[in-house]
Design a binder for this molecule. Structure first.
Ligand SMILES: [Zn+2]
Length: 239
């Protein structure tokens, strides 16, 4: 089949648009006047009033989590963060849960040795290379990064090279059964062999956007334990 230059140009442009759509989304969100996704008021992606009214839910499956994923606004916010490059959602959530998180962590933070400038390591649940290429960013990493920013790096630091996702798996959201979810994740994560001493004797916080049945955070925790950390704490924005 003969392909004409203008046809080729169209496809090159189409592929480029697809590849950069997250960047485009991000630019769109930066340029457009923001409206609250709950009440529609102009100003912020989610206004303080609506944010403070979101239902809370904590500690399923031994994880610290903050918001109820069953709430339509929370669900929409997570969707915007996860698929639409709307980073300001991560910032809003991080600002709103930060004090509570510090409170929850207080007994562990007291154990940090200030003389050694010891910090808690925030480890976002990694995406596979394929998923990262497809999405362009890791939403858990964006959220963790916002927490470190608010903390000004005083006792938090982020590490994205300790835990790796080496197997591309279908989205956990599409699998309802807990056993099937576990099977889906078998062998999916590993400790980066070059960084295997990276969390030895350290306090690590595993971070995900949503905890559903706890299988992803649980599997990541199991793998991280091989690095012999002092403590692993699991945190998610919503359940
Ligand atoms: Zn609002």
């Amino acid at each position: 089949m003969v392909s004409y230059p203008h046809q080729r140009r169209f496809w090159v442009l189409a592929v480029r648009c697809y590849m950069f759509r997250n960047l485009l989304n991000k630019i769109i969100y930066l340029l457009l006047p923001q409206r609250c996704i709950s009440c529609g008021r102009f100003g912020e992606i989610i206004c303080g009033e609506c944010l403070s009214r979101l239902p809370r839910e904590n500690n399923p499956y031994g994880a610290i989590s903050f918001y109820s994923y069953g709430n339509p606004t929370v669900k929409k916010a997570i969707w915007l963060l996860k698929y639409k490059g709307c980073y300001s959602i991560a910032k809003k959530f991080a600002e709103s849960v930060y004090d509570e998180l510090i409170e929850e962590l207080s007994e562990h933070l007291e154990l940090l040795n200030p003389d050694k400038n010891e910090k808690v390591i925030l480890i976002p649940v990694p995406l596979s290379k394929e998923r990262l290429r497809e999405r362009g960013y890791n939403q858990a990493e964006i959220f963790a990064g916002e927490l470190v920013k608010i903390n000004k790096g005083v006792n938090f630091e982020i590490a994205i090279d300790i835990l790796e996702k080496i197997k591309h798996t279908p989205s956990q959201v599409s699998i309802k059964d807990r056993e099937e979810r576990l099977k889906n994740l078998k062998g999916a994560f590993r400790l980066n062999p070059k960084m295997k001493d990276g969390i030895r004797d350290r306090i690590a916080i595993l971070i995900d956007d949503v905890v559903t049945t706890g299988t992803t955070l649980g599997e990541c925790e199991r793998v991280l334990r091989r690095g012999r950390p002092r403590k692993i704490i699991k945190v998610a924005i919503a359940h």
